[in-house]
Design a protein around this ligand. Structure first.
Ligand code: DAT
Ligand code: MG
Length: 153
């Protein structure tokens, strides 16, 4: 199976921001080799969060999830690279941090599903939808247009 270049939507949730884990989470994606295409800190509107998590609207934890995600600023990002979606999910770890392997972000920094510090898209389709919800086209850098001039003289 060949790997393809993908984009994924990664976010540091309010508890991750509050706990000072923004840099740690960015660092892991940078050091793995992914490219940062967009980043912003957002106090998300309830409407955006409800739309973001609309597939979970019937779950008993939905209202609490939306409230938690709106309880403080979120750091929203777009990362690009080979298999960014599935590898990003591996780097985050399992949804329930008690099942997240040590070495993953959740496995290293949290213990509660309801406070699991980070979000990552679960498919290429979800990534496209989520990137479109959180970012305008203008906010996403066309890195390939810049990188040669930027890194090399
Ligand atoms: P993930 O964030 O790993 O993609 P998900 O999309 O199934 O997981 O759920 C979104 C978020 O909702 C998850 O990160 C934390 C919260 N959540 C999921 N299951 C939960 C549960 N059983 N109780 C409380 N919160 C839950
Ligand atoms: Mg999910």
């Amino acid at each position: 199976m060949s790997s393809t270049t993908e984009r994924t939507f990664i976010a540091v949730k309010p508890d991750g921001v509050h706990r000072g884990l923004v840099g740690e989470i960015i660092k892991r994606f940078e050091q793995r080799g992914y490219k940062l295409l967009a980043l912003k800190m957002v106090q998300a509107e309830k409407k955006l969060l409800e739309e973001h998590y609309k597939d979970l609207a019937q779950k008993p934890f939905y209202a609490g999830l939306v409230k938690y995600m709106g309880s403080g600023p979120v750091v929203a990002m777009v990362w690009e690279g080979l298999q960014a979606v599935s590898t990003g999910r591996k780097m985050l770890g399992a949804t329930n941090p008690l099942d997240s392997a040590p070495g993953t972000i959740r496995g290293d920094f949290c213990i509660q599903t309801g406070r699991n510090i980070c979000h990552g898209s679960d498919s290429v389709e979800s990534a496209e939808r989520e990137i479109g919800l959180w970012f305008t086209k203008e906010e996403i850098v066309q890195w390939d247009h810049h990188s040669k001039a930027w890194i090399y003289e």
